[in-house]
Design a protein around this ligand. Sequence first.
Ligand SMILES: Nc1ncnc2c1ncn2[C@@H]1O[C@H](COP(=O)(O)OP(=O)(O)O)[C@@H](O)[C@H]1O
Ligand SMILES: [Mg+2]
Length: 518
Amino acid sequence: MPDHPASPDPAASVPAAVALRDITKRFGDLVANDGVTFDVRPGEVHALLGENGAGKTTLMRILYGLTMPDRGTIEVRGRPVHIGSPRDAIAAGIGMVTQHFSLVAPMTVAENLALGRVSGARLDREGMRDAVRRVSVAAELPIDPDARIADLSVGQQQRVEVLKALSRDCRVLILDEPTAVLVPQEVDALFTTLRRLVAGGLGVVFISHKLGEVRAISDRVSVLRRGQLVGTAPGDTDERELARMMVGRPTFGVERPPLAGDAGRTVVLHVGAVVADGARGLPALRGIDLEVAAGEVVGVAGVSGNGQTELVEVLAGMRAPTEGRVTVAGRDVTGLGPAGMMAAGVGRIPEDRRASLVMDLPVSLNLILERIDDFRGAAGLDHRRIERHARELIERYQIRATPRDPVRTLSGGNIQKVLLARVLEHDPRVVVVAQPTRGLDVGASEYVRSTLIARARGGAGVLLVSEDLDELLAVADRLVVMYEGRIVGSMATADADVDRLGMLMAGRLRASQAGTAA
Ligand SMILES: Nc1ncnc2c1ncn2[C@@H]1O[C@H](COP(=O)(O)OP(=O)(O)O)[C@@H](O)[C@H]1O
Ligand SMILES: [Mg+2]
């Protein structure tokens, strides 16, 4: 129940640009929005903060006409309206930039902005370009009208999405986790833009699960937890308080004990000049040099799509390098397949958790999938041993399930713990882990992070690939940055500077300028 009633606020007398009242939306048994009331005033950024799965996107999809609520009403400047489609929303002055952009890649910026315009009159090429220039000048968001979307960076594509909404005269702009795809400098630029637009009277709904950025940009913050509105607070509410509202208790983060004195001495993973192709046969890794020592966590930072996935695949034996060498604990393992890599001591916790489990099988069998022969007796599978083994791991890894529960019935956090248990049970020398907390709640994330740190301190070398910079800074001892298939920088986490990391991630700093002491 709301333990944070909206604080008295002088701006409350300004009529809301839009208001959602008492919105409830169910998906089967799941209540994604439970009687939520939320409004946006002209000239403010109102953040919608909540953990993954809290119901933020659902609420805003309802406002934009993409999802129909089970109950509740929507008002635009005090008048009830029916929003049955995005077309209705646009007509009501509402724009939305969704997490997955809706731009047509082979078309130009101007063509995209002209798409779906309400008027029947077709714009000529010059007319389309002019329209783009007008809105781009008004918003101070420079963009080339003739650029093809496919040639633009993700940050620029987002800018096109914003312009598209503005070109339809929106008075309320919804941005769903807009910073997820941006490097820190691009986030700053986006915030500058938002402040300018808001000063001009636009109302902005800013969806995020990141406390720091919510505090940086918002006038008000509304917090959702498990579909319910916990409360609405001023934008400068302190981080601990917001965290408490978001997860229901204060968070303390993870503790990273100092590296042991001999850390870094024993290299357990060496990647030398590795070149590999990507999914479409294009070069994805263009000469990767990397070392991980026993006892340390090395973080791989980078914007998604710069070769991280291929690097993990090479280390897991799922992709053969075309050049270069990989050694594990001094042994050349270049080109070994998945089973060979595992036998050589590489444990992999992949980004796509579900793909490495059999969702309909019970926890107990998933825990032994990779070594099922060890559990076979003369009379077939030894189910009693399998179940005992499962009970042990369930206890040790704090998995909330019984051995017989099909994995499909587990929460994301518990699914990840099953994987962790299965991989770490082999006592790998090297743990390669990608996006380990994506989609997990705060409690499960902390568990996963501390487990990885503990495993490193216990003697493994951990390579952590993550798009979450905060996670890397919290967990890794050393960071490398990948850009276009190369390592463009390397630093001790203690010396990491977020600005410089951002420049490296954006490819705007060369390794020579960045210092590559590895
Ligand atoms: N179309 C859908 N069908 C079933 N469940 C859904 C659907 N959309 C969202 N959900 C569920 O509703 C809950 C809230 O999701 P969402 O609004 O996307 O959360 P958030 O944006 O805060 O991460 C989640 O548990 C999600 O799995
Ligand atoms: Mg969402």
